[in-house]
Design a protein around this ligand. Sequence first.
Ligand SMILES: NC(=O)c1ccc[n+]([C@@H]2O[C@H](COP(=O)([O-])OP(=O)(O)OC[C@H]3O[C@@H](n4cnc5c(N)ncnc54)[C@H](OP(=O)(O)O)[C@@H]3O)[C@@H](O)[C@H]2O)c1
Length: 281
Amino acid sequence: MSKEAFRNQAVIVTGASAGIGKSLALLLADQGAKVAIAARRADRLEQVGSECRSRGGEALVVPTDVSDEAQCRMLVEKTVAEFGRLDMLINNAGLAVVALLREYPDLHLFRHVMDVNFYGAVHCTYHALPYLMQSRGRILAVSSLGGKGGLPFNTSYTSSKYALHGFYDSLRMEMRRHGVSVTVVCPYWVVTEFHEAYLNKDGQPRGKQGRALYTKKMMTAERCAEITLRAAYKRQRELLMGPGRLLEWLKLIAPDLLDWLAVKAILEPIARRTRAGKIEA
Ligand SMILES: NC(=O)c1ccc[n+]([C@@H]2O[C@H](COP(=O)([O-])OP(=O)(O)OC[C@H]3O[C@@H](n4cnc5c(N)ncnc54)[C@H](OP(=O)(O)O)[C@@H]3O)[C@@H](O)[C@H]2O)c1
């Protein structure tokens, strides 16, 4: 991908106030793109917007809660009014609740995860589609390896990411003759604020505790953004990071072994640490 691959292209990035979305916006600004950046925290978005401009890109700050369809429609309309077109939609905004299903007090939080991670992408995609068809543009969705295999403590998160794959696998076929590509990327562990923002069963962020499992080998948000953007540029259909391919093969040939590994590696250690009072349920 050339350093100017996205020059002058109009791009919406959701979840751009932090982490992978912020890195994607900055990378696009480096290339001279026009980025509309969206998330709920306006102050954080303003900072990202200034950084984009100082790197040579144009930036439009649109505070948006993607779980609200009307706000997503406004995001698209404001972007097209400002830049005159839309070449790429990046659906990246996301969050996770980490709790056993039987311990959720009710299903309010479960629905919230679906509303942000799944419907947030559906809302933006639906309203952006007419403009993307005009530009024969690109859709890029940031899913997760949790969209390819189950994870204990993550029923709502994995459901929302699995749903994204069904949605985009179908839409990719519908968009084939319109020249709109659909790329779905599945990162593994990336150093961002994601694990601090993890909500517990009562909707409280885990804070620094969420970083307890971080290692030096984990991918940076900048690196994740680079390979993600390259996949979208090449109009690749899917990109699995980390052990993604291995996970797909294991699921095909030994699904029970994969379940066993997930229970041993995730469910049992977390249950042990919770019982020992080292982390809250
Ligand atoms: N980090 C990882 O290890 C990892 C691994 C696999 C997949 N992913 C995926 O990567 C994507 C980005 O996550 P990240 O790691 O960059 O996490 P992050 O640093 O926590 O960033 C999440 C972004 O989503 C935004 N967001 C959350 N709720 C929103 C809402 N209702 N409306 C609009 N924006 C909202 C947040 O902004 P506001 O709070 O300002 O709204 C923030 O900008 C997510 O879809 C996540 O599932 C991450």
